[in-house]
Ligand binder design. Structure first.
Ligand code: ATP
Length: 572
């Protein structure tokens, strides 16, 4: 429990932690308002039951004479009105505080999920090749919500309602300590026993629910991304079943957790009402006068009316805290990922003047640490020359390119530009000098222009630069003559409205957009027909001598224009 609270606390920024303390104070005031509301009913009920109490009670008498009352009736009406006003004021105050609490909780959700997204995006590329993307979306979108709904919101309720319960108990205690102790004993034992019985189960189904949710996201993601293959292989039923199984498990566990957190309500309600009737009878038997019993009964009744739901909400909060503890562990782990290294102050491109160099590179992927893809790999690329890299499939060509791009960190050896090693601090400057065409081009569901000027806000796109790059990539004619809205045409999810070759040319235009001094191309023309490939290659050939170019290609034709061809062989 303590570690759960500690983990929740660590999800907050220092400013949010301070705000949380303020919220706690407000909750305290809310409980005070609640108590004032209850206490204000006491004098009214007493006087209503037995007006003679005005003369017996020095406080009531002082108020009666000070305010110049002459008649009991008007005094009772006055007390009633004051009581109503206090209850109304307390309700208004509670509404405001509740709104502030809700706001705090929902803005926290926004803040935590935004920070988690930033934390993920700040991770090195290797992090993403080791984790499933559906799992990451699930944590950002579903688990933060889950933690808010099942942890922070119930936790804030545990505190607010805890204060209400304590205030109500104090009120009853002041009136009759024995009754207060009896209430604590009965209600506390009931809830405590039920909680001890269900907590292990809640934790277990909470853990299983996290796994079911992961499978739900993953099967959904895979099914929608691989829809072509699913259609061809008729794998709809298999995917549907995979999704359904996980979804059903999740639904069942959610329902069980709900039931387990609601169960004691009816039991405690029954106990509460039984207790109230027993107290009424005991009081009546003791005094024999219903008028004397009425105020005490009013107090107990109201305290029970406020306290039992509060105790139930508290219990529910604890139960949900237990249920969500596995989700919290997940979220806490990912929120504790290291922050991205701060880039150097200067973001100017690190343009090579002499050479780009890989020296003694050794690399193995995180999932297969014993299988070295590169071992003692050296490569020197003099500036403004072009290197073609060939080799059998799986030899490690793309891995070399990813290391040149600074996406993968070699385990040994260095990547340097003019003798300056590339580190996390100057990586951004190095990448600013590179235009890169990957093997699989990612096309976003936006306009052609926004896809070429990738990552630039729509209203800041330099359309002339976009057109220039598109001409070099041999896509300008297609965009202007065949797309209904030219560069503003939308390309669909992952560029579904474009052919493979058109997508590839958009990727090439993207790489050329800023006229980079360094150009890396990984199978950049593999999806083009011969005529288009020849035209693109011609455009790239015209750049030789003016840019430093590294090309990976299987087709010799794509490497013909290179100054040097390097053959990579698989390390055994
Ligand atoms: N994310 C990864 N995790 C583990 N192993 C990987 C990963 N990516 C690539 N590999 C392995 O590393 C080796 C080199 O892969 P790489 O993609 O660099 O080859 P390549 O020469 O570019 O191949 P191709 O010509 O088929 O694109 C292969 O054996 C591949 O299985």
């Amino acid at each position: 429990m303590q570690s759960t609270l500690h983990k929740v606390w660590q999800l907050f920024t220092p400013a949010e932690q301070r705000k949380a303390v303020w919220m706690l104070l407000l909750a305290l005031l809310m409980a005070v308002a609640e108590t004032v509301g209850v206490i204000s009913i006491m004098p009214f009920l007493s006087v209503l039951a037995r007006p003679g109490v005005i003369e017996e009670n020095q406080w009531l008498q002082a108020i009666y004479t000070q305010l110049g009352f002459t008649e009991h009736r008007t005094f009772i009406i006055g007390l009633g009105i004051v009581s109503i006003m206090l209850v109304l004021a307390a309700s208004a105050f509670k509404t405001i505080v509740q709104h502030l609490l809700n706001r705090f909780v929902h803005l926290l959700r926004h803040s935590i999920s935004s920070r988690l997204m930033a934390r993920y995006l700040g991770q090195p590329y290797e992090f993403f090749i080791s984790r499933n993307s559906a799992e990451l979306s699930k944590t950002i979108l579903a688990e933060v919500d889950m933690v808010m709904g099942n942890l922070i919101q119930p936790f804030s309720q545990v505190i607010v309602q805890g204060i209400v319960v304590v205030a109500m108990l104090a009120l009853v205690f002041a009136y009759n300590p024995l009754t207060a102790l009896a209430i604590v004993l009965v209600v506390g034992t009931l809830y405590g026993a039920i909680y001890l019985l269900v907590r292990k189960r809640l934790k277990r189904i909470g853990t299983e629910m996290v796994e079911a949710n992961r499978q739900r996201y993953q099967s959904c993601n895979e099914a929608l991304q691989g829809i072509r293959d699913i259609k061809i292989t008729h794998a709809e039923a298999a995917y549907q079943q995979r999704y359904q199984q996980a979804s059903r498990t999740q639904a069942r566990h959610m329902a069980t957790s709900e039931t387990l957190s609601q169960t004691p309500l009816y039991l405690v309600e029954a106990t509460g009402y039984t207790g109230l009737i027993l107290i009424a009878l005991a009081l009546l038997l003791k005094s024999g006068d219903i008028a004397q019993v009425l105020p005490a009964l009013g107090l107990y009744g109201f305290a029970a009316y406020r306290m039992l739901p509060a105790a139930q909400i508290m219990y529910r909060g604890f139960a949900r805290l237990k249920f969500a503890s596995a989700t919290l562990d997940n979220l806490h782990r990912d929120m504790s990922l290291p922050r991205a290294a701060a880039p150097s102050a200067s973001q100017a491109a690190l343009v090579p003047q002499m050479e780009i160099r890989l020296q003694g590179i050794r690399y193995a992927y995180p999932s297969t640490p014993d299988k070295l893809v590169l071992d003692g790999f050296d490569l020197t690329i003099p500036v403004n020359t072009s290197v073609g890299i060939k080799g059998v499939s799986g030899a490690g060509k793309s891995t070399v390119m990813d290391i040149l791009l600074g996406l993968l960190q070699p385990h040994a050896g260095i990547l340097s530009v003019d003798g300056t090693p590339i580190t996390p601090q100057n990586l951004q400057s190095w990448q600013a000098a590179i235009g890169y065409v990957p093997q699989h081009i990612y096309i976003a569901d936006t306009s052609v222009a926004a896809n070429i000027a990738f990552g630039v806000p729509e209203d800041q796109i330099d359309i002339q630069a976009v057109e220039r790059a598109a001409r070099a990539a041999q896509i300008h004619e297609f965009v202007t003559h065949e797309l209904p809205q030219g560069y503003a045409s939308l390309v669909g999810d992952r560029g579904i409205r474009l052919s493979g070759g058109q997508r590839q040319r958009i990727g090439i235009a993207r790489a050329l957009l800023h006229d980079p001094p360094v150009l890396f191309m990984d199978e950049a023309t593999s999806a083009l027909d011969h005529t288009t490939e020849a035209a693109v290659n011609e455009a790239i050939r015209s750049l030789t001598g003016k840019k430093t170019i590294v090309v990976i290609a299987h087709r010799e034709a794509s490497l013909q224009a290179c100054d040097r061809i390097l053959s990579i062989t698989q390390t055994s």
